[in-house]
Design a protein around this ligand. Structure first.
Ligand SMILES: Nc1ncnc2c1ncn2[C@@H]1O[C@H](COP(=O)(O)OP(=O)(O)O)[C@@H](O)[C@H]1O
Ligand SMILES: [Mg+2]
Length: 264
């Protein structure tokens, strides 16, 4: 459903700080894929998700979603088929608005503007019913401001909003990184449940290798703007963190050897 070809991103082009953040990325993701993404800081993970959701255009390459070329489609037009959750619970929901107002915005996402934020009784009932299924008690807090929720509740609400309009692709960017371990575990099981129920393709960035191997059917490793490792299916199921690290250091060693050869 997602096809990325020869994608490159350069920041601050032409300046002394020019940064080739993504180098010739090729990636094909199937409808039923739940891909976890790991990689060191600055590897280009967030940049990849930003390009997929259209925050900025690439320097080179092409992005297709369901056969449609979206490379130059503006972000708000992609929002119809992409749901996104960020690391910070503050991003993705508006503190000063109530839960139901935030949900009303989620419903409007990707639709023509002409902001109709008024929450009708019918809408409220629908929100209540669907929130009840989350099992977090948020259905009783529809008229409270989102700023009053805890980080975990807010992240749960953001995931819920991200999939509310049934997108086809869900992008999660270290969405449990700023939560305490117990809340993070809860949000992870909620993520699993929601991904399984909504059957959408998912890309989840995490810095936790164990979590990356445990969740989903495929794991990719990024390093310095490239995908250096891609494992799926049975191979992924068998893989341990130790294997992953060994693989990783072998790739690094090979690169070092290649670099040295260049110097000779
Ligand atoms: N808006 C930007 N302007 C300039 N450089 C950026 C910008 N966003 C990211 N970068 C740089 O691009 C590289 C990749 O960043 P990022 O995708 O955020 O990495 P990750 O999410 O894997 O930690 C880093 O070197 C980062 O400093
Ligand atoms: Mg990042």
């Amino acid at each position: 459903m997602l096809k990325i070809r020869h994608l490159s991103k350069i920041f601050l082009r032409g300046s002394v700080n020019e940064n080739l953040a993504l180098r010739n990325i090729n990636l094909t993701v199937a409808h039923a894929d739940f891909v976890t993404i790991i990689g060191s800081n600055g590897a280009g993970k967030t940049t990849l998700l930003n390009l997929i959701s259209g925050v900025y255009p690439p320097e080179e390459g092409r992005i297709e979603i369901n056969g449609m070329d979206v490379t130059n489609l503006p972000e708000h037009k992609r929002a119809n088929f992409i749901g996104r959750v960020f690391q910070s619970p503050l991003q993705g929901t508006a503190s000063s608005l109530t839960l139901e107002e935030n949900l009303a915005i989620a419903v409007l996402r990707g639709k023509k503007r002409g902001l109709r934020l008024a929450v009708t009784r019918k809408k409220r009932e629908e929100f209540r019913e669907r929130l009840r299924a989350l099992g977090l008690g948020l259905e009783n807090r529809l008229q409270e401001r989102v700023g009053l929720l805890s980080g975990g509740q807010r992240q749960a609400l953001t995931i819920f909003m991200a999939v509310f309009t049934k997108p086809e692709l869900l992008l999660l960017d270290e969405h449990t990184a700023s939560l305490d371990p117990k809340t993070a575990r809860r949000i992870i099981s909620l993520t699993k449940k929601i991904v399984a129920e909504s059957r959408l393709a998912t890309l989840m960035v995490t810095h936790n290798m164990e979590q990356a191997l445990e969740l989903g059917n495929r794991t990719i490793v990024m390093e310095e703007g490239e995908i250096i490792f891609d494992v799926s299916g049975e191979d992924k199921k068998k893989m341990t963190v130790k294997d992953l690290l060994e693989n990783f250091s072998q790739i690094k060693k090979r690169e070092l050897v290649e670099d040295k050869m260049l110097l000779v």
